[in-house]
Design a protein around this ligand. Structure first.
Ligand code: KG4
Ligand code: ZN
Length: 333
């Protein structure tokens, strides 16, 4: 079995995954949403202090599995360095105490593996990764060979939901609430424009800061920000945010064939986005792969699943070489 730890942002999570058949034997996650909500976003220092309390609590519950462990895996990049350090320090301590090898896992590869929890991996695979920190279109030949097809030039898809939510006075993280409000709103009441139109339409990149500003100006222009107007803003914003993603995805695969397409990351829980991707994949006669809802946002089960692959590759790392890195820009080519 492998014990895996995730602490890259504001979720403390530990999982136990069986090596022989990738079965998830234990999984627990404690989120810090309530603690960060009053600040409208994640406060790294606060997140790190909370991990220092919650990770040991979860570890207590995983103790019955200690005798059967073969390795300790931990997210070491990318993420908030002060929070990553909490998980990595715990992993190093466990490795020394239990005499087990260490595996450093890339968080983004973990999200890709959320599609394969308790199942076989399936490559090659094209992946749209939409989270609070990333918006990336990836061609995954294998976990060792990942090509970055497009990324964001500024804010990420999930982050834009959080920022629009903050402007509307909604609690952090606002993604799920904006999706719920959008269901009650008119998606065509506000005519926000799709980002990166006009001269740069050929550019295979995403941008959300302009759309965020359009929403800000729209909110400021409202004399009466009543309930229905908030619902309509959410619906109009979500329609355009997803239309931007879809426009780029369609462009990327216009001349590229693709049989299997996956969507991962916290924002992949959005059912409106999933519906648009379903229709797109059907038009390409491709299969859409999605993670179970509980494994879309950050969790240690996806890190454990990724670690099963790393264990098979014997990709162990020494105590001194396991380093925390806030960015993984040079990982995906
Ligand atoms: O993957 P994740 O848990 O953390 C990062 O690695 O960033 O993603 C969290 C992000 C937040 O920005 C949150 O607002 C967004 O995912 N999110 C959503 C939805 N559920 C979560 N965004 C849009 N619609 C949703 N239903
Ligand atoms: Zn994540």
């Amino acid at each position: 079995m492998i014990l895996s730890i995730e602490s890259s942002c504001d979720d403390s999570s530990i999982a136990i995954t069986r090596l022989s058949d990738t079965q998830l034997l234990f999984h627990k996650k404690i989120s810090q949403d309530a603690e960060h909500a009053q600040y409208g976003g994640v406060v790294p220092e606060l997140a790190a202090r909370l991990h220092a309390v919650t990770l040991p609590k979860i570890l207590e519950e995983a103790k019955p599995y200690f005798n059967e462990l073969k390795a300790i895996a931990v997210t070491n990049e990318p993420g908030l360095s002060v929070t990553l350090v909490e998980g990595v320090s715990m992993a190093k301590a466990l490795s020394v105490a239990l005499g087990l090898p260490l595996l450093g896992i890339n968080h983004l590869k973990g999200h890709i593996c959320s599609l394969f929890i308790e199942g076989e991996t399936r490559f090659p695979l094209d992946v749209l990764l939409v989270s609070g920190g990333h918006t990336q279109l990836l061609h995954v030949k294998s976990l060792e060979e990942i090509k970055l097809l497009a990324t964001t030039m500024d804010d990420s898809f999930g982050e834009s939901f959080d920022k629009v939510g903050k402007m509307l006075g909604l609690p952090y993280p606002a993604g799920p609430l904006i999706e719920a409000y959008a269901k009650k709103g008119d998606p065509n009441r506000f005519n926000f424009t799709i980002p990166l139109q006009g001269t740069s339409t050929k550019l295979l990149a995403f941008s959300y800061s302009g759309l965020k500003n359009q929403v800000r100006l729209c909110i400021e222009a409202q004399e009466n920000l009543d309930e229905q107007t908030i619902y309509d803003i959410c619906a109009s914003f979500q329609r355009v945010a997803v239309a931007h993603l879809m426009q780029k995805v369609k462009r990327a695969y216009k001349e590229r064939s693709m049989e299997h397409f996956g969507v991962v990351g916290g924002a992949s829980a959005n059912l409106y986005l999933r519906g648009e991707l379903e229709a797109f994949c059907a038009s390409k006669k491709a299969k859409l792969h999605t993670a179970k809802m509980e494994f879309c946002s950050d969790n240690a089960a996806m890190i454990g699943r990724c670690a099963v692959e790393a264990y098979a590759q014997k990709a162990f790392v020494s105590l001194a070489d396991l380093k925390v890195r806030s960015s993984s820009k040079d990982i995906f080519y």
